[in-house]
Structures are given as structure tokens and as C-alpha cells.
Design a protein around this ligand. Structure first.
Ligand code: NAD
Ligand code: IPM
Ligand code: MN
Length: 367
């Protein structure tokens, strides 16, 4: 049988820096666990624009549709701020998500013990935290029509449309309930049914889907109250299911519960393919971090943990995913920290590459 295929799209800013560390991890699994991947690499975002004048070349899109999984670094940066909207780096990522139909975006927020002191929240609020945000990723206000900037009388109007069909809500709700069945058996759905019709429909459909999962306790929250509860007592949650925009905001907020945006991985999953596995793209939740790009300061853990999610969700290698997550835990417990995990106390941070090397060393020690 041929090796599973992996398309790597490092992207912009710190994307290539963190991806270089993931390459070390991939090589380690090939050499030490006999887990080989057919790895190919291509451009996305600003890097693709610089070469092709588009943030995602059609050939790259086609490759992404064929491989077993895509691993992406990050896209965007100030260099591209003034580009026409249609060719901005972010459009490349959105096209991948939309055309691969990756409707369920899993964004876990887990607080590693070693970092419980570092969160801006009190230790007992975050210690042991393990929640999963399921963000709808291919619809809602990100893609709804009409959209655009139009002339209206003597001024312009900017329009985006929040739009959800029942089937779009149904399928992402099912993903959330399926995950909850394998976790803490709780789903909290967040919308704003108090002000938005799409929220009313969201609540109705999620409630309906919930009837197929009688073992799972379902609750509903307005998304603004949900944001407050995430900061107040996040451990009340197990799985949160929410729309595209609320999920974007809530997952950045959840990142800080874990200490840094540099810690949060994600998996974007579509419907199962013929081989039973979902179409999948794995990426850190963070962006291209232009403020620290090119300085060896980026935390590669979010991207490395995204590869761990690929091992679990695309390659049936749950035990190896556990091994990699444990290696990250070990390195953090040893006190190794990139700058984002240190605050201003003046301790010496490790570089991006040193963090990657330390995780490889911890993997070696796990054998
Ligand atoms: P960002 O996530 O790039 O950065 C926010 C802050 O977090 C910065 O201070 C940055 O230094 C820090 N940070 C992020 N990742 C880090 C890491 N791994 N290690 C250490 N520190 C880290 O968000 P932004 O500044 O709002 O956006 C910058 C660009 O990235 C924009 O063009 C935006 O559109 C894009 N973006 C891309 C993605 C993606 O590719 N998935 C996600 C978010 C933002
Ligand atoms: C994310 C990012 C993206 C989003 C951007 C870069 C398109 O913020 O992945 O969280 O808004 O979905
Ligand atoms: Mn975001």
C-alpha cells in the first residue's frame, strides 16, 4: 500500500518557521515509528500571490482535493494589506475551506499543567481545562450573499449576509454530538437567537439533532453570554458548537485560557471520503504574526499539535498522536518556553528551532 499523502502549505510570516519544526516531527515519525508520508509542498497566501498573482493556484487547489490531508502554516501580512480584496492571502485559505467543504472546524483548548500559572486567568480557573470548540467553517456571514461594497444614494454601504440552511446546521451539529459522545457527553450551542433569525433556526436544528443523542446533555447560550462564561468558568464546557464568525472570536478567546495563541491547533474536517476518512486540513489557530516573523521567536507548538490532530483524525494513529502531545507536555514541564509563554519576567526563551528540537528529543525519550 502506498504511504498516506500530506500536502504542506507553509504560507506567510511565521508559517514557514513553524512548519520547519513540523517537518522535523514528520521525519522523526518516518525514521523511528516507520510512519512514512508522501509529503509535497506548495504555496498559499501571499507567497502564492508573489509567484502566481493569486493566493491559491488552481493546481494547488486540485492537489489539496487529492491528498489525504493538508497541513497549513498561516497566511497574510502587512505587505498584502493593500491588495485587491479578491487576491488577499486570506482568500486562499477561505477557498481551500470552501472548495474542500470543510464544514467542521475543531478547535480544542487544552491547558497543559505546566502552563496553568501562565494564563492571564487564575490557575484554578484553567488548570485541567479541556474543551472543544466546533466552529462551522463553510457558511454563515463569511460566505453569505449578497455581499460587497455598494453605492447607495450619496454614500457607500458594506454588506455581508449571515445565512444558514438547515442542512448546514444539521451536519456541523452532528459533528459536535459525535465528538461529545467520545468526550464528556455535553454540548453547548451558542448563537444569538434573541436577535438573529439564523440563530433561531440554529437553535431549532441543533435541538432536533440532539434528540438522536439522548446520552448527550445539550444546553444553549447566547454567544455574548458564552464569551463571558468562557472567561468566568471555562471548565463548565465540554463541546461548544457555534457558527463561523462566533467560532472565530470564541476560539481566539479560548486560546488565551491555554496561555498563548501559539498553543492552539485546529482540524477542519469535511464529509467522509470513499476510504471512510474525512477530507481534512490542519492548521494552527494563530495567524502569520508579522510582529515576530523572521526572528526565530514563534511558538511552533500550535502547528505541531495540528499535526498530532492529523495523526488522530486522518491517519488512525491515535496512540502516536498521544505520544506527540505527551512530548509537548514533557518539554513544557521541563520549563522550556518560547517568548510568548514567558511574559515580561526576563527569563530566557528558547527559539522556534530549539523548541522543535526539544520536542524531537522528548519523542526519542518516549521510545
Ligand atoms: P496573529 O495570530 O498573526 O497574531 C496575534 C498575536 O499573537 C501577535 O502578537 C503574534 O505575535 C502572536 N502570535 C500568534 N501566533 C504566535 C506564535 N505561534 N508564537 C508566538 N506568538 C504568536 O493575528 P493578527 O496579528 O491579527 O493577524 C496577522 C495576519 O495573519 C493577518 O493578515 C491575518 O489575516 C492573518 N491570520 C491568518 C490566519 C490563518 O492563516 N489561519 C489566522 C489568523 C490571522
Ligand atoms: C482563522 C483566521 C481566518 C478566519 C482568516 C485568516 C481568514 O482568523 O482561521 O481563525 O477568519 O477564519
Ligand atoms: Mn481567527
Amino acid at each position: 500500500m502506498s504511504n498516506p499523502s500530506l500536502l504542506i502549505l507553509p504560507g506567510d510570516g511565521i508559517g514557514p518557521e513553524v512548519m520547519a519544526e513540523v517537518r522535523k516531527i514528520i521525519d522523526w515519525f518516518g525514521a523511528k515509528r516507520d510512519l512514512q508520508f508522501d509529503v509535497s509542498e506548495d504555496l498559499v497566501g501571499g507567497a502564492a500571490y508573489d509567484k502566481h498573482g493569486t493566493p491559491l493556484h488552481d493546481d494547488t487547489m486540485a492537489k489539496a482535493q487529492e491528498v489525504d490531508a493538508v497541513l497549513l502554516g498561516a497566511v497574510g501580512g502587512p505587505k498584502y494589506d493593500n491588495l485587491d480584496f479578491s487576491v488577499k492571502p486570506e482568500r486562499g485559505l477561505l477557498r481551500l475551506r470552501k472548495e474542500m467543504d470543510l464544514y467542521a472546524n475543531l478547535r480544542p483548548a487544552q491547558c497543559f499543567d505546566a502552563l496553568a500559572d501562565f494564563s492571564s486567568l487564575k490557575k484554578d480557573v484553567v488548570a485541567g481545562l479541556d474543551i472543544m470548540i466546533v466552529r462551522e467553517l463553510t457558511s454563515g456571514i463569511y460566505f453569505g450573499e449578497p455581499r460587497g461594497i455598494f453605492e447607495e444614494g450619496n454614500e457607500r454601504v458594506g454588506i455581508n449576509t449571515q445565512r444558514y440552511t438547515e442542512s448546514e446546521i444539521d451536519r456541523v451539529a452532528r459533528s459536535a454530538f459525535e465528538l461529545a459522545m467520545r468526550r464528556g457527553k455535553k454540548v453547548c450551542s451558542m448563537e444569538k437567537a434573541n436577535v438573529m433569525e439564523s440563530g433561531i433556526l440554529w437553535r431549532e436544528v441543533v435541538t432536533e439533532v440532539g434528540k438522536d443523542y439522548p446520552e448527550v446533555e445539550l444546553s444553549h447560550m447566547y454567544a455574548d453570554a458564552g464569551a463571558m462564561q468562557l472567561c468566568r468558568w471555562p471548565k463548565q464546557f465540554d463541546v461548544i458548537v457555534t457558527d463561523n464568525l462566533f467560532g472565530d472570536l470564541l476560539s481566539d478567546a479560548a486560546a488565551m485560557l491555554t496561555g498563548s495563541l501559539g498553543m492552539l491547533p485546529s482540524a477542519s474536517l469535511g464529509a467522509p471520503m470513499e476510504n471512510g476518512r474525512p477530507k481534512a486540513l490542519y492548521e494552527p489557530v494563530h495567524g502569520s504574526a508579522p510582529d515576530i516573523a523572521g526572528q526565530g521567536k514563534a511558538n511552533p507548538i500550535a502547528c505541531i499539535l495540528s499535526f498530532a490532530m492529523a495523526l488522530r483524525y486522518s491517519f488512525d494513529q491515535g496512540a502516536e498522536a498521544d505520544r506527540l502531545e505527551q512530548a509537548v507536555e514533557t518539554v513544557l514541564a521541563e520549563g522550556k518556553r518560547t517568548a510568548d509563554l514567558l511574559g515580561d519576567e526576563g527569563a530566557t526563551p528558547v527559539s522556534t528551532a530549539e523548541m522543535g528540537d526539544a520536542i524531537v528529543a522528548a519523542l526519542d525519550a518516549s521510545l
